[in-house]
Design a binder for this molecule. Sequence first.
Ligand code: ZN
Length: 359
Amino acid sequence: MKKVSDDVFEQPATINNHGHARKVPEITERVLFEADRVSSALLCMTNLVDESGRSTPVDAPEGISQYDDYLDARKPRGSQLRTYSLATITPQMTPDMVRPLKEAGAIGLKFLPSGMTTGSGEGIADPRSIIPILKAAAACNLPWMPHCEKPGMDPNEAVNALIPWLDYVVHNVLGLRTIVAHTNTKRLFEWGADLPKTIDLAFEVAAHYMMRSNADQAGPHWKCKPLYGDPEDMAAVQLAGLAGEWGSRLVIWGEDVAPHWYRHKSGENAPFGVFLPDDVAFAWLVEFFEQSGHANWKRRLEQLTFHNASKWWWGTSQPTQWLRVKREDWVVPTLYEAGIDSIVCPLGGTTLKWKATKI
Ligand SMILES: [Zn+2]
């Protein structure tokens, strides 16, 4: 962090640990364009959802290079944004596909229980069935990212319901590196912190779980999975984010950028997924960190939004791009054009107090 004046500072461009591209090219272009404003890297989930909500997961090596080419072709011209993809664990994936997936460029494996959220039709019904895949991942040092939620349960219990199984996995698949996606319950943090130090596990947190709980009003555009936790859970996400760790576990920012067209996202049956573009989520975080009152809030923000991800994924902390962050009021747009329709940002119309741009 470099302080320029009381109202201006500079920090490394962010790493967003969690974004979703879509089958609609213009939606993917929008995601990448917005990420490129403040992020140097975006980790992408390879379940490409089409207009009708159907998903094509990437679970084979040839799919990874096609997916990467798809993203590269849709990045803004001249952009230095790096994208990384996580292959999706499907019932069709076999252990001998894991090393070739890594060689094809996959940075990790994403696990989604079936029937849980948008595009999770391809997910796993019986988590125990993927143990051989996770063993193969550990053998070639490929991390996995579980989306923790057990379908068909009371939503408030669904996230924690997966803890016993996760516990079994991390104790029995030796050497496996785990990053828990969008962690949003206190119990998940406490479970992770109590694990033996030899187990490598990090937490991903999103700004929307840091700022909102199930006590807040939620229209269709705030609707997402996992569902918002209790206020006590939200407070835990805040603590984790501000500290950049829980126990000795690293905490990493990933916004779970999950866009849908307006025509699909309105109404009661709206699909899950929040669209908070990287620069909006980051500015929201800056404001929250400042209001926390910590003397070193800028340094903490930098840990959460850059260093922790860089360290955990690549073992380095060397920035490639920088941001200038300025105290300046700006109003978040409500509609983001994407081809024949728009995407709604649920923070649209809100005035944020900090504005970040790449330098
Ligand atoms: Zn996601």
